[in-house]
Design a protein around this ligand. Structure first.
Ligand code: NAD
Length: 499
């Protein structure tokens, strides 16, 4: 049995706590590795190593730091197949989707090539007699990221690339379900030239997270995961005086107007609802067709497409649409919610509950499920399912359809399908959700924009990646300087103003 490690100070370090978690292969149900779960003391050791390394790294000029990221990107391309294979083996997603996971992270690394520009401060010459005023963007010191299982390459990179480019040292606590790729990323960062201790991976569970939350030298925490944990981390991290941003769960609605291109809308729902087995925070889990005719046509076109979905292991070749759920517990939870939908009166148009794959009987597979006539009091509507389950909630008109995502507690992403510019513009303007698509089902912003949800999908001020990431991982210092220093004005007892 492979025993995974931590990665601290540029080397693999064995776990010392004596506690381990099983790392499963979701397609076969077999335990394939053990990952150590760090203690408070192990976390403290990693922070001490990071703090020591950070001083020299912050003094390294930003162009040189950016060059490390350039090399890192080159190495990611070199090792793409290896990374994707390791990712799929622990997560279960298909190989092309795993490559997408790496590439979406790599694109943020590419954005960080612009660190010298992004870190420039502001300057006012002659703010007073002989006085110049300017601001500096300085790194915070040691910062941390706590990341979920569903994007084990992308989300760690969203966190550590900007933080490192900005001159911080980073502690990554990845998901204990798929820790191999984060360890590989740390090795590649060392190979790319990051000094030892600049990127550390400390594996673990709640104990490791609590150690991060309470460590006085960790200045900022970026978290992505489920909403209850996001709220816990936000509250405890803030109470300890840290800068904290937490991104949580989602329930993303897609509104289909009567004038929408229905084939395009159906393609969008198939990809966005069932891709990665629905284990995406930007998955569409609710379709809201407007008007009975639109709804009937949508169901008529969707149902055969959901029935035809190809489900299999990542080794199953190019025609596999999605793989197993990450754990048996995740599968049981999704099945429980599907059962509750049936019991609460929704119509299960396509039932994937009994899906079985020969040779993979112990895998966490579930077939695509499609519900019609879902109402807003049902558990399948109120809760994030995080599985290949799409709920259709029929709306009589646009005004009513708009209310559904607006009144839902989550506010990560949403989309509208229409050919009418007025409706689209109204939707974009009024919706209280962080990321909005117009005829685009998964409106994930590119690396140079920022990513973040509203309401219970995001806690804290700034978003992930884009310019916000550099704001989050730096602090501003504003300097007022008088040169020549000899200008005499006499003592002033009144607060200085511009007169
Ligand atoms: P999770 O909340 O179970 O775990 C996330 C991280 O928190 C992991 O590193 C885990 O070890 C840690 N953790 C788990 N339980 C903890 C506890 N009790 N105390 C302290 N730390 C704990 O989430 P997950 O199942 O890994 O990921 C799926 C969730 O992430 C979904 O809700 C999904 O919507 C969300 N997600 C959100 C975004 C976003 O940007 N909004 C992106 C991806 C995933």
């Amino acid at each position: 049995m492979q025993e995974l490690t931590h990665y601290i100070g540029g080397q693999h370090v064995k776990g010392k706590s004596g506690r381990f978690a099983d790392v499963m292969n979701p397609a076969t149900g077999e335990v394939q590795a053990k990952v150590p779960l760090a203690s408070n003391d192990e976390m403290a050791e990693a922070v001490a190593v990071a703090a020591k390394a950070q001083v020299g790294w912050a003094a390294t000029n930003p162009q040189k730091r950016a060059r490390v990221l350039m090399k890192f990107v080159e190495l990611l391309h070199r090792d793409m197949d290896k990374l994707a294979e390791a990712l799929s083996r622990e997560h279960g997603k298909t190989i092309p989707d795993a490559k997408g996971d790496v590439i979406r992270g790599l694109e943020v690394a590419e954005f960080c090539f612009g660190a010298p520009h992004l870190l420039k401060g502001e300057f006012t010459e002659g703010a007073g007699p002989g006085i110049d005023m300017y601001s500096l963007r300085q790194p915070l010191g040691v910062v941390a990221g706590i990341t979920p299982f569903n994007f084990p390459a992308m989300i760690p990179m969203w966190k550590f690339c900007p933080a490192i480019a900005a001159g911080n040292a980073f502690i990554l606590k990845p998901s204990e379900r798929d820790p191999s790729v984060p360890l590989m990323l740390a090795e590649l960062m060392s190979e790319a030239g990051a000094p030892d201790g600049i990127l550390n991976v400390v594996n673990g569970d709640k104990d490791a997270v609590d150690a991060i939350l309470d460590h006085p030298e960790i200045m900022a925490i970026g978290f992505v995961g489920s909403t209850p944990i996001a709220q816990y981390i936000y509250a405890r991290g803030c109470a300890n005086g840290k800068r904290v941003q937490c991104f949580g769960g989602a329930k993303n609605h897609m509104i289909i107007m009567p004038d929408a291109d229905m084939d395009q809308a159906v393609d969008a729902l198939i990809g966005a609802g069932y891709g990665a087995a629905g284990e995406r925070c930007m998955a569409i889990s609710v379709a809201v067709p407007v008007g009975e005719k639109t709804a009937d046509l949508l169901i008529e076109k969707l149902a055969p497409r959901v029935e035809a979905l190809k489900i299999g292991p990542y080794t199953g070749g190019d025609d596999v649409d999605f793989g197993p759920l990450v754990t048996k517990q995740a599968r049981d939870r999704v099945l429980g919610l599907v059962n509750s939908g049936v019991e609460q009166g929704a119509k299960l148009v396509v039932d994937g509950r009994d899906f079985k794959l020969q040779g993979y009987e112990n895998g966490n597979f579930i077939g695509g499920c499609l519900f019609d006539n879902v109402t807003r009091d049902m558990d399948i509507y109120t809760q994030e399912i995080f599985g290949p389950v799409l709920s259709v909630v029929r709306a009589p008109n646009y005004a009513e359809a708009l209310r559904y995502p607006m009144e839902h507690e989550y506010g990560n992403g949403t989309a509208i399908y229409t050919r009418d510019g007025d409706t689209a513009r109204d939707f974009v303007s009024r919706i209280n959700i962080g990321m909005v698509g117009v005829n685009v089902p998964i409106p994930v912003p590119l690396a140079y924009h920022t990513f973040g949800g509203w309401k219970k999908s995001g806690f804290g001020d700034l978003n992930q990646h884009g310019p916000d990431a550099f704001r989050f991982y730096t602090r501003t210092k504003t300097v007022t300087a008088r040169w020549p220093s000899g200008i005499k004005e006499g003592a002033e007892f009144v607060i200085p103003t511009m007169g």
